[in-house]
Write a protein that binds this ligand. Structure first.
Ligand SMILES: [Zn+2]
Length: 408
């Protein structure tokens, strides 16, 4: 941590607006460069490469980014196990979102494109429900997992989306939880804009983590290496406008964790800001408040985990993805927490990047019998309670965000 004041980072221009001088307000040393890769042994997991995060703020457009991000360290492959599709909470959300998008934009019998489609679950759903045709791009796509009635109408390209695919056109272009992985935000959005050309009917839908919530909740577990770019409603809208889009709608999903933006190709005259768009000046106060108090949040969690250990309480975390890796990396409590529970069977028996906890199934808890489970994403509290009840496991559930107001 650098403390309260913002330190100008000379020579670093904002990747979203070009304004010189991103100001660093939060630093994390030695975080795993990937947090959702699968490792067969604890040694391999702990030896995985680490880099630093220096989160910078652009006073001009409000964009935030890791100014020392090195995209060369990443390997997005089929070993990249990011899917949340095993959670019923997430599946219900995904299905409801697909239904809303189909209704709102009359996506029936249409051509759809998804950039960063992961394992293809969402595109498949859109094509099944709306009888659409879809093309999905993702280097982490795994073909064996796609079983669908809409299979003949789906094409998956196991590659990053880029200029060379700009001949693929759709009535609807969707990009969920991907833009936060892209360092050259303006250049990427300009590529997307060029691919649309003068097809003004094409609706563009993006979903990304909502950074104002992260700032408000001091959610340090939501700032990790894969995510180099962090947006608020205002900063993403300004990026879209600068890239040649008219911003049609801004919203949030998943208990305010995700930010959504809908846009269409612009005629040239920039559209007027929407009421949801906060000014960059207003964000500075929130950035300062996060910077001043996040180390206190980390310290309180460390004290709490140590206190539990001194009572000989067994503690596990629920959720072995990026939030879990970041939480454990920041806390440095590897002796106190040895296991992470996950419902994704593809992760069981593997180890968490950097910190080396073994990833176990909920069934493992029947023998391990933890007293306390720290829940990495509180939206899954009900689902986790049900999983525990079904196995007759009693444990205290601690939601990670309960300390957001400064008390645990
Ligand atoms: Zn900027």
């Amino acid at each position: 941590m650098r403390g309260d004041s913002l330190v100008p980072q000379s020579g670093q221009a904002c990747p979203s607006c070009g304004h010189p001088g991103m100001e660093v307000f939060y630093e994390v040393e030695s975080v795993p460069v990937h947090s959702v890769l699968l490792f067969p042994t604890r040694e391999k997991a702990m030896a995985y490469p680490k880099r630093d995060i220096q989160l910078g703020f652009c006073a001009e457009c409000g964009f935030m980014a890791n100014v020392v991000f090195d995209p060369g360290v990443h390997e997005y492959s089929s070993q990249y196990e990011e899917t949340q599709g095993f959670s019923t909470t997430f599946q219900e959300f995904h299905r409801a979102l697909a239904g809303r998008l189909i209704d709102r934009h009359d996506l029936r019998g249409k051509n759809l494109i998804e950039i960063g489609c992961g394992k293809g679950e969402f595109l498949t759903m859109l094509c099944e429900i709306g009888n659409n045709r879809g093309v999905g791009f993702d280097p982490a796509f795994v073909s064996e997992r796609s079983v669908s009635d809409a299979k003949d109408r789906l094409t998956f390209i196991q590659d990053f989306y880029s200029e060379k695919y700009s001949s693929y056109h759709g009535d609807f272009l969707c990009c969920k939880m991907t833009l936060e992985h892209i360092p050259d935000t303006l250049r990427f959005m300009q590529t997307v804009r060029r691919s649309i050309g003068d097809r003004k009917h094409t609706v563009v839908f993006f979903m990304i983590p909502e950074m104002r919530r992260i700032l408000h909740e001091r959610a340090f577990w939501d700032i990790y290496y894969e995510h180099c770019s962090y947006f608020t409603a205002g900063s993403v809208a300004r990026l879209f406008r600068k890239s040649g889009f008219d911003v049609r709608a801004l919203g949030t999903e998943y208990d305010g964790q995700y930010l959504t933006i809908e846009a269409t190709a612009s005629d040239g005259e920039p559209s007027m800001p929407l009421p949801e768009e906060e000014l960059a000046a207003a964000l500075r106060e929130e950035v300062d408040a996060f910077s001043a108090s996040v180390s206190g949040t980390v310290r309180r969690w460390q004290e709490r985990i140590r206190a539990l250990q001194s009572q000989n309480a067994r503690v596990v975390i629920w959720g072995s993805g990026s939030k879990g890796v970041t939480f454990l990396t920041k806390l440095g409590v590897n002796d106190q927490i040895r296991y992470a529970v996950d419902i994704n069977p593809y992760r069981h028996g593997t180890f968490m990047a950097g910190t080396g906890q073994e990833i176990v199934s909920p069934d493992f808890l029947k023998t391990y019998r933890p007293e306390v489970i720290v829940v990495m994403n509180p939206i899954y509290m009900d689902e986790i309670s049900a999983e525990l009840a079904r196995r007759d496991i009693r444990a205290d559930l601690l939601p990670i965000t309960e300390n957001s107001e400064g008390t645990i």
